[in-house]
Design a protein around this ligand. Structure first.
Ligand SMILES: [Zn+2]
Length: 224
């Protein structure tokens, strides 16, 4: 029953216009890989992501992210934005608790498994697991029952229709996603933006998906 209910539920980022996702126009410019060229927040290079990631990149899942009970069978990671300028685990939790499912029952709380702050409501790049992760519960984030059941929902605070995430926030997302993918043997093809599961622009047209996905999956074998 729970899977059905969460599958029917709406998520916060689905308030955006429902259009099929179009690939980001952001490309990886080889010039930005050179240390002699400054890296702007709007053009995030693999080097920028990699440098930030390596400083704190753990092998395996850090204890702070390790669930308190045996893990569920995770097979996907789904990336979202909050579609809001600010937010936190508690603010999203409060919003989602006001929602009801198709049967009129209140949501359990925040639908995502992890939230990554943008400096407005949470620290920039702060990664916080939610009760759904700690208790290894299905998500209420994808709008698709199978993806809610098997997909780890990660929400970055921000509206990436307006501007891309900061390098710091993006690096945190890479670090978390890599750690989860490694821990649960999730294939690169199963690391998805929300718009690949249903008709939504989430996580926003200005989210640098190609750079993100490459940074998450590049040299993944060396993490084993
Ligand atoms: Zn979404």
């Amino acid at each position: 029953m729970q899977l059905l209910l969460v599958g029917l539920a709406l998520t916060s980022c689905q308030s955006q216009p429902r259009q099929l996702y179009t690939p980001s126009r952001l490309t990886i410019d080889p010039a930005t890989v050179s240390p002699s060229h400054p890296v702007s927040a709007n053009r995030i290079s693999l080097r920028e992501i990699s440098t930030r990631r390596q400083a704190t990149d753990p092998v395996g899942l850090p204890s702070a992210w390790r669930p308190e009970i045996p893990a569920s069978q995770w097979r996907q990671i789904v990336i979202h934005h909050s579609a809001t300028a600010s937010g936190s685990v508690s603010s999203i939790d409060a919003e989602h608790r006001r929602r009801v499912d198709a049967d009129g029952k209140p949501w359990l709380g925040i639908g995502y498994h992890f939230v990554i702050g943008n400096g407005n409501g949470m620290n920039e790049g702060q990664i916080e697991p939610t009760f759904r992760w700690r208790e290894q519960l299905p998500g209420a984030h994808a709008g698709v029952a199978a993806a809610n059941a098997a997909g780890i929902g990660i929400c970055l605070i921000g509206n990436f229709e307006d501007a891309p995430p900061s390098p710091q926030q993006l690096a945190a997302a890479v670090r978390l996603t890599r750690a989860l993918a490694t821990e649960y043997n999730i294939a690169p093809a199963d690391i998805l933006r929300h718009g690949e599961l249903k008709a939504t622009d989430c996580p926003g047209r200005r989210f640098p998906w190609e750079a993100f996905h490459t940074a998450v999956t590049a040299d993944a074998a060396t993490l084993e």
